[in-house]
Write a protein that binds this ligand. Structure first.
Ligand code: HEC
Ligand code: HEC
Length: 205
């Protein structure tokens, strides 16, 4: 009987200690991660993942699993980016996980959908694709509202300029990680369809 008390006591202590040892809940960053965000990421992606410029992707409300994978791919050289590889090259897996959790927990604000006629063309492509040229409907993978899934990016509310650049990079295979599905889709989009679908996506929320 006595031999059980010690391990049980130890277990109870571990369980009690667990909440404080784990990463802060609710998207609060630890001091180290808060420092990384303030000194590096905020400049382009904003302190809460709401990037100021349309060329920098919005990170707020993106899926944590997707963010984590992209950050690791930037660090390990799978997704080539002159800008991002420098930003993450010295980050540990724990930092990356904490950054992903932080930005994913932030809310994405609303956005104007821009040119209504163009967005109309984009809406068609997004939901129906283009059966004449073989473009699949974006909604079939990214969801009817563009919310994505854990490993498939959320598109809703993303800056149209960023979406457009990524589609062009997928087409030219300049986006170097996991590009096969998106390459085959982007290579069939016309310039008009690319711009239109990007504008429509920007207005989704
Ligand atoms: C100087 C501007 C700049 C800074 C600073 C910066 N980024 Fe980026 N980030 C970019 C650009 C530009 C891209 C788009 C990829 C590309 O074109 O190279 C990007 C892409 C990303 C992506 C991929 C998003 C997606 O939808 O695929 C993530 C995640 C990201 N950044 C996180 C971070 C984090 C975390 C930090 C801080 C450690 C950071 N960035 C610092 C400019 C910046
Ligand atoms: C068959 C499934 C599928 C379809 C259909 C699809 N996508 Fe994707 N898309 C993906 C996957 C998977 C990724 C993630 C690639 C990665 O991890 O690098 C992705 C990534 C993206 C990204 C990069 C997002 C970011 O934050 O950097 C954009 C932009 C995108 N898709 C736009 C579209 C558009 C627009 C359409 C419709 C014309 C479309 N996708 C249709 C599967 C799909």
């Amino acid at each position: 009987m006595k031999s059980l008390v010690k391990p049980l006591l130890a277990l109870a202590l571990i369980l009690l200690a667990a909440p404080t040892a784990a990463a802060p809940a609710g998207g609060e960053a630890s001091p180290r991660v808060a420092e990384i965000i303030a000194s590096r990421c905020a400049l382009c992606h904003g302190p809460e993942g709401e990037s100021a410029s349309a060329i920098y992707p919005r990170l707020a409300a993106q899926h944590p699993g997707y963010l984590k994978k992209q950050l690791k791919d930037f660090r390990d050289g799978q997704r080539k980016s002159d800008t991002m590889s420098d930003m993450v090259k010295d980050l540990k897996d724990e930092d990356i996980a904490a950054l992903a959790t932080f930005f994913a927990s932030k809310k994405a604000g609303g956005r104007q959908s821009g040119d209504v006629d163009l967005a109309g063309v984009g809406k068609f492509i997004f939901h129906r694709g283009n059966t004449f040229s073989g473009v699949s409907a974006c909604a079939s993978c990214h969801g009817p509202k563009g919310f994505g899934t854990e490993h498939l990016p959320r598109l809703a509310g993303q800056h149209p300029a960023y979406i457009e650049t990524q589609l062009k990079e997928f087409n030219k295979r300049e986006r170097t990680n996991d590009n096969s599905i998106m390459h085959s889709i982007a290579s069939k989009l016309t310039e008009l369809e690319t711009k239109a679908v990007a504008v429509y996506i920007g207005g989704l929320q």
